[in-house]
Write a protein that binds this ligand. Structure first.
Ligand code: F6R
Length: 602
């Protein structure tokens, strides 16, 4: 069961893995560097004894390299105690000095082992009886971010866990209970789950779970039911989760739109703890996010500014709070996070809250920390995203920001109800249009296979096509390990055009030729500029844009849609391109090197 849970959670980190089980003889542990398959190999060679209580961990290395030694669990109390940990313990060095002075020894370089030895030390000092109380005391001493799980030989059938700034959920089964970094760890066994708050300790036995704060005061968790099942977290016949999730996108967009608007075009958010009058009075929006989610924010900026006439800044969460940002009670912070646990974003949201800002979370993970700490929430209903490279969450995030934009435009009276209804109707047509692209995916797949040996690919776009270009480049970097850059097409002549050499592939996201704006012709000029310098131009254009053909080695057409909605279509071929090219190179597209799905460290 523990290995099955780890298999489902492996996307969160895969540098090494380990398990510990409680048996009649005490604790048995196995651990191994590399992916979970290596650990399974070790266990096959050296099977574990029968057990009803176990913990397991997959690691994304922070303190100490991804070696067997540094893999979790870490044992303490003469092998009677096993501990696993997510996060970073910031004061581990000073605690380690204190423990060394007391005569304790260490086998690894990790901060986790320090927590384990500290817990063992406290357990003994407290009389060697109360594991929960010992973890409360230990947690009060630790600084930083941690989810710690501990089992002890003296307490069969008990797992004790502690949580500060790092994810942990409880799963409630029949005569069995679970803990997981997220619900996918136990989704095979139960869909009933309990959210924990910050600085809480939970003790589970087969038939109970008890929550306290770090001082032993009783606390309550919030129960919820997971609205997807184990099948949603399976590959469903595709070669990879990434391929499956690309194909989930029509449903991800449709489900995110579902039930948002009533017949009058009035929209609803999932949770609103802000007075709508206050929302009406906001003077600016700052979008905080990282990576792909930040590109969703960059797309949203164009739509929200256009519909609501409110200035929108988009900032990488980790840069935000270090520049003394100007934030007040008239600022709305919109955080975008698939996981809801990205530490950089969580910290930025907290900082903004302290400055008095209102906070709204766009998130794909029910029960996660960022939505829980925000004043308002809009969930993206993309379903579980397992592949490390984000795909369906990106489209669902853009969709959710558009719902937010329309909601604010309605509240503030910037758009008429009829206009909102028209935009919602256009959004409603997006899933079928994505499906049309997916039905023609072979065109882009063939191109990707033919380009498997390329060393570098550039991506250009303007307006909403610019973040699409950035996202196309990020996908290629992270899963195909190819140098890729996304540029604003207009910026090219200010420097990057020097990169263009004979045969350099350049993807260009071309805006619609319809309408009065001059963007189309500007981008066509940019294509000609790079082509004149030897570039191989690969174009994503709107169906019917015949003019662009003569400037392109390759054209992929996406269905017609209003300009602001174009990213929901133009991104899809770029995702397919990256996925197929990385597959052709023989890489594991779901678990690219050096990455982890939830980045719960700063
Ligand atoms: C890229 C990717 C990352 C995430 C980023 C934020 O494919 O997955 O760039 O988008 O780490 O993660 P969330 O959205 O969980 O906050």
């Amino acid at each position: 069961m523990v290995l099955e849970g780890l298999r489902r959670l492996e996307y969160r980190g895969y540098d090494s893995a380990g398990v510990a089980v409680l048996t009649d003889q005490g604790i048995e542990a196995r651990k191994k560097s590399g992916k979970l398959a290596n650990l399974i190999g070790v266990i096959e060679e050296e099977p574990l004894s029968a057990s009803l209580t176990g913990i397991g961990h997959t690691r994304w290395a922070t303190h100490g390299g991804p070696t067997d030694q540094n893999a979790h669990p870490h044992l303490a109390d003469d092998g009677a105690l096993a501990v696993i940990h997510n996060g970073i313990i910031e004061n581990f060095a000073e605690i380690k000095q204190e423990l060394l002075a007391k005569g304790h020894t260490f086998l690894s370089e990790t901060d986790t082992e320090v927590a384990a030895v500290l817990l063992g030390d406290i357990y003994r000092a407290e009389g060697g009886q109360d594991l929960t109380k010992s973890l409360q005391i230990a947690s009060r001493k630790l600084e930083g971010a941690f989810t710690l799980l501990a089992v002890h030989r003296d307490h069969p059938g008990v797992v004790v866990a502690s949580r500060r700034n790092s994810p942990l959920v409880v799963g409630l089964g029949e005569n069995e209970n679970f803990l997981g970094s997220d619900v996918s760890g136990f989704i095979d066994f139960t869909r009933r789950a309990v959210e924990l708050g910050q600085d809480q300790i939970v003790t589970i036995t087969p038939d109970a779970h008890e929550i306290t704060d770090f001082f032993g005061n009783p606390a309550e968790g919030k129960e919820f039911t997971v609205d997807w099942d184990a099948a949603a977290a399976e590959k469903g016949g595709y070669d990879s989760f990434m391929a499956k999730e690309i194909h989930d996108q029509p449903a991800a967009v449709a489900d995110t739109l579902l039930g948002r608007a009533d017949a009058e075009g009035r929209l609803t958010l999932d949770e609103l703890r802000i007075d709508p009058q206050e929302l009406k009075g906001i003077s600016k929006i700052i979008v905080l996010a990282c990576g792909t989610s930040a590109y969703a924010g960059s797309v949203a900026k164009y739509a929200i500014e256009s519909w609501c006439r409110i200035p929108v800044e988009v900032e990488l969460s980790h840069e935000f709070r270090y520049r003394e940002p100007i934030v007040d009670e008239k600022t709305l912070i919109v955080s975008i996070s698939q996981s809801g646990e990205t530490m950089d974003t969580l910290m930025a949201v907290r900082y903004a809250k302290e400055q008095g800002a209102k906070t709204l979370s766009i998130c794909n993970t029910n029960g996660s920390t960022i939505p829980r700490e925000s004043d308002a929430v809009l969930y993206t209903h993309a379903g579980p995203e397992i592949a490390v490279a984000s795909t369906k969450a990106f489209l669902a995030q853009i969709t959710a920001t558009y719902i937010l934009g329309l909601y604010l435009a309605h509240l503030r009276g910037n758009l008429f109800t009829g206009q909102i209804k028209d935009i919602l109707a256009d959004l409603g047509k997006i899933p079928a249009k994505i499906q049309d692209i997916l039905d023609r995916e072979d065109e882009i797949k063939d191109l990707a296979v033919s380009m498997a040996e390329n060393q570098s690919v550039l991506f250009l776009g303007r307006h909403v096509g610019y973040p699409v270009a950035m996202e196309g480049a990020l996908k290629l970097k992270e899963i195909a390990y190819i140098h890729a850059e996304g540029f604003a097409a207009g910026e090219l002549k200010h420097g990057p055009i020097a990169l263009i050499d004979d045969g350099q592939p350049v993807f260009v996201v071309v805006p619609s030729p319809r309408g009065r704006d001059s963007l189309h012709s500007k981008v066509v000029s940019n294509i000609q500029e790079v082509r004149a310098r030897g570039a191989k131009t690969l174009v994503i254009a709107e169906q019917g844009d015949e003019a662009v053909k003569q400037y392109a080695e390759f054209v992929f057409y996406v269905p017609e849609t209003p300009t602001l909605l174009m990213p929901l279509l133009a991104t899809v071929p770029l995702q397919i391109f990256a996925c197929e090219l990385a597959t052709a190179k023989g890489f594991d597209v779901d678990q690219p090197r050096n990455l982890a799905k939830s980045v719960t460290v700063e």
